[in-house]
Design a protein around this ligand. Sequence first.
Ligand code: ADP
Ligand code: MG
Length: 355
Amino acid sequence: MADVILKNVTKVFANGFVALKNINLEIEDKEFVVFVGPSGCGKTTLLRCIAGLEQVTEGEIIIDRQVVNFTHPKDRDVAMVFQNYALYPHMSVYDNVAFGLRTRGFLKEEIDRRVKDALEILGIEKYAKSKPRELSGGQRQRVAIGRAIVREPKVFLFDEPLSNLDAKMRVSMRAEISKLHKKLNTTIIYVTHDQTEAMTMGSKIVVMNNGQIMQIADPDTLYNKPENLFCATFIGSPQMNIFENVYENGKIKSDFFNFQVNFNEKELKGVYIGVRPEDIYIDRETDTYIDGVVELAESLGDVTFLYINIFGKNVVLKTTLHKRFQIGETYKVFFNRNKFHYFNMEDSKRIEPII
Ligand code: ADP
Ligand code: MG
């Protein structure tokens, strides 16, 4: 059990590449934190720094109130689960899970107790004697998690553990890892590039981009109050629509919009308006609408994503209206102004209108 604190963590690789820039974060004991961000943003590097597989260039990593910058990985009491499970193919499931304890010189009885407990928690007791090749992807991933569990670490680090599984298995393992967190009752840091995994699993989500933290928030806040344009467009599918507007004398102006709104920020020149697809409607009678032409309709059965051309710009909206949409049809499109997100065009940061 442990809290993890990252203070001004910066990582510069030997070739001069800055992979992590001034990362500050506090993770509480027993918390389930998800790091999410596009490929190459530094997620694995950060986990490796926490595990001690990589030295930080600047800053401190504190686990359970101890600065561990110079502590050997095996003495940090963290266990990492990787994307490619890296099981020993010639060993049984039991031996794969027991391996790390044997090399650490644990007594046979203790090893047996821990391995059996872990296999039971993961529901793979009956595969104890099987070889990895006889297992499905999901079962193999469970074995990999078992290897981490038996070490009874203070902190679990998961690096995209589900990305090699098929879509259905990913969904069920997602729920299982959440349940596992409750059973183990320990700190978990979980890395993924998948926004759905992040939103469904994390009580705290850390959004990363270019080696920096873009926002730390619970899923609800992240969705409803993204702090910047990056988070606004990274979370949500289809992606939030973004409109560039001139801002002059308290007025927002573009092809799409022309209305009065005030912000605390002085010197605002331009404002991005972000509108989620579910906040644009085609099924309401209103007196403020814009005509749009359907370019593409993707029906998922319960909901349809409509791609509509307005003034030459592609706008996507989500509708539950049941009908066969025809390409080229014109609709009255209504934007729900109460749901607008505003960002300063100069620094892409969220700004709140004064009501
Ligand atoms: P993620 O896990 O988010 O996809 P990584 O942490 O693996 O990203 O990598 C972050 C960036 O650091 C990438 O641009 C990657 O190419 C770079 N990188 C990773 N390891 C090294 C290294 N040993 N030397 C130089 N650059 C590296
Ligand atoms: Mg990675």
